[in-house]
Design a protein around this ligand. Structure first.
Ligand SMILES: [Zn+2]
Length: 126
């Protein structure tokens, strides 16, 4: 299997992914510090309505955090693929991922075809 990506293209993706990684790490750190603080400080909730509201808010915050963590995991995985030389290949079918797709989304681990199969499977299970 020979990558069609040139070394300079790969290093450009690597730089992009590394800056994305830093950005995401900051976002996750902010999520944790800003969103969990009120709970750590122990906001006293007496009323059931407030309690429910607080839970909804917590769940939403956790959703954002999970979303950022997922992006972070994808970014780390993409950097690992660069290190191992698998970057640019679909993790499902092993075919090359379209360059235009990688440029739009450097963390992409699947080709368009496998990604759409994956997404439709997700939708069905949801
Ligand atoms: Zn594929």
């Amino acid at each position: 299997m020979t990558a069609s990506l040139s070394l300079s293209e790969v290093s450009a993706f690597k730089k992009e992914l590394q800056s994305l990684l830093e950005q995401l790490q900051e976002e996750v750190a902010e999520d944790v510090s800003s969103k969990y603080k009120p709970i750590d400080e122990g906001v006293h909730v007496h009323d059931v309505g407030d309690d429910a509201e607080a839970s909804v808010e917590l769940m939403m915050n956790m959703g954002t955090l999970a979303h950022h963590s997922e992006e972070l995991a994808e970014c780390i995985a993409a950097l690992k693929r660069i290190e191992s030389g698998d970057f640019g290949f679909c993790t499902d079918c092993g075919e090359e991922i379209e360059l235009s797709r990688l440029k739009a989304c450097p963390t992409a681990s699947r080709c368009i075809r496998c990604q759409s199969v994956y997404e439709s499977a997700l939708k069905q299970s949801a």
